[in-house]
Design a protein around this ligand. Structure first.
Ligand SMILES: [Zn+2]
Length: 523
């Protein structure tokens, strides 16, 4: 009988890793980071896992055989001689991974897997993961992009004895899909993360997925319930939520705030939610403001913007202003010639930078240096892989430009404290509004981060306001989705309140961690 094992993603928000087995065929649904587990044990920057073994022995990743690269082999250190290899490599036991979307709690641990396990994902998610891998650089857990198998919606892919098909859904990141997996006995559907209140195109996608499920009902529906847990926590602590019902309301609220503000406005948005960036940009342009984005967001926008519907306008019609944070790094910046030996270091434009900034700067430098050959090989290849369009982005505004005309700008940031640090000359020197547009804190870790942000805004002198809607399905939409899908059995995932599904469906299966549960298809 086929079975399913949850190796994360139950009783927690994130860490989605589900293994479905039928005979010798095994398929994984997502392979993400369990933030709950990892942040309870590790901390940036000094307490970090150094290798796969560290993650395995702390149970931050599951002990699945035939799943990880180089398993079964170990380095043998002979006295005096060179290191050798011992042990026999494990055989591959996983036929493929179905990835729902590019958030790291769903795909952040794929880099640990064997390179002969195909990773199926939407083309946009594939590009996003490849871009992230390039910006992050290499480490023991970096993703080898050769494993990616971009899959178009509706395309049926054979994995051993099973067939997998993906369907686009609405979520707070481009390229999100749900999956239907057909085994010999019956069908299992997996929602990944989804919602029904994004922009119309997204809503239509989630609705089409629901219709597809209803057309030929699945036996098991693995469905996310993020907001059931966060709503319960809010009820218990009597904390009010600032979340708005949908993306249109977010746009309207941003416009309203802009109408009442003559000074600087910053918008703190979810990372890589490019549709949100489009909405906020439209509202800012209407209000006569220019938008500058941080370099991380610019990097994704410039690459993904070309293909994602709705992003073409923002990426093509106007120049993209990129805020480049200041860097004064003694180790790799230039010292001021006038200072002689005393070590006064000048702010430098293009040294000592990593990640997305390095790739963007390489793109800029390639124009200056292609002919003269001063571009390093790594920079040239990073640029070529990123295909960053020539001449569409502008570095700046500088801090002085913004402070001279604060009412002319909206700074779109994914890192509020760092942006305050960059623009603030001294405590209380900024005037204006900071619009919080991310998920509201729902656990202790997020609560600390949020309190730290409030400290920063207080110090900078900015007022806080809110314009946000959740990336996850609301309780009412979820109840309708579960009902309309017609699934025989519902499996709660990605939630801290799985018991709340019991009011929505007569047949709920709760998965324990690490224990195979039989899938009885009943026909
Ligand atoms: Zn997500």
């Amino acid at each position: 009988m086929p079975d399913i094992t949850a190796w994360g993603g139950v009783g927690e928000i994130g860490g989605n890793r589900f293994l479905i087995r039928e005979g010798s065929t095994q398929v994984l649904l997502d392979f993400g980071i369990s933030f709950d587990r990892e942040t309870s044990l590790f901390e940036q920057p000094f307490l970090q896992p150094a290798c796969l073994d560290d993650l395995l022995k702390t149970r931050c990743v599951p002990p699945i055989r035939g799943c990880y690269r180089n398993m079964g082999r170990r380095v043998r250190y002979d006295a005096g001689g060179p290191a050798g290899l011992a042990g026999a490599p494990e055989a591959r036991a996983i036929d493929g991974v179905l990835v729902s979307h590019g958030h790291t709690d769903h795909c952040g641990r794929l880099g640990l897997l064997r390179p002969d396990i195909p990773v199926l994902c939407s083309p946009t998610t594939g590009r996003l993961m490849a871009l992230r891998a390039m910006a992050v650089g290499s480490s023991f857990d970096s993703l080898d992009t050769d494993v990616l198998r971009p899959t178009h919606p509706g395309e049926r892919i054979e994995l051993g004895t099973m067939q997998a098909t993906c369907f686009p859904v609405d979520h707070s990141i481009p390229g999100a899909v749900g999956w239907v997996l057909e085994t010999g006995g019956g069908k299992v559907a997996y929602t990944g993360d989804l919602r029904c209140h994004g922009l119309p195109e997204g809503r239509r996608a989630t609705h089409a997925f629901q219709t597809e499920l209803a057309r030929e009902p699945v036996d098991y529906l693995l469905v996310e319930g993020t907001r059931l847990g966060t709503e319960r926590a809010r009820e218990e602590h009597q904390v009010e939520s600032h979340a708005l019902p949908d993306e249109e309301s977010v746009r309207a609220r941003v416009s309203e705030i802009l109408r009442g503000e003559q000074e600087l406005v910053m918008y703190d948005g979810p990372t890589i939610d490019l549709k949100r960036l489009c909405l906020v940009t439209e509202a800012a342009r209407e209000a006569g403001r220019r938008v500058a984005v941080d370099s991380r967001l610019a990097y994704y926008l410039l690459k993904l913007g070309e293909d994602e519907a709705g992003l073409a306008d923002i990426a093509a019609s106007d120049d993209i202003h990129i805020v480049l944070p200041r860097r004064k790094l003694p180790s790799n910046s230039q010292s001021c010639p006038e200072a002689g030996e005393s070590g006064v270091f000048a702010e430098v434009f293009d040294e000592g930078r990593g990640g997305a900034e390095r790739v963007l700067l390489a793109g800029q430098r390639i124009r200056r240096a292609t002919a003269s050959g001063t571009l390093s090989r790594i920079e040239a290849s990073a640029f070529q892989e990123a295909h960053i369009p020539d001449g569409r982005f502008i570095w700046g505004p500088r801090r002085e430009d913004v402070l001279r005309e604060p009412g002319q700008w909206l700074i779109y940031t994914t890192n509020g404290p760092l942006t305050c640090l960059h623009f603030m000359k001294e405590p209380g020197s900024l005037r204006g509004t900071y619009i919080y547009g991310k998920a509201e804190p729902f656990d202790l870790e997020m609560e600390f981060t949020f309190q730290r942000l409030q400290q920063w805004l207080q110090m900078a002198g900015l007022k806080m306001d809110y314009a946000h809607t959740s990336g996850h399905i609301s309780r009412n939409d979820l109840a309708a989705f579960v009902r309309e899908s017609g699934a025989r059995c519902v499996v709660p995932i990605h939630t801290t309140a799985p018991e709340r599904f019991e009011t929505m469906h007569p047949n709920v299966m709760h998965l324990p961690i690490g224990e195979p549960m039989p899938l009885s298809f009943g026909h």
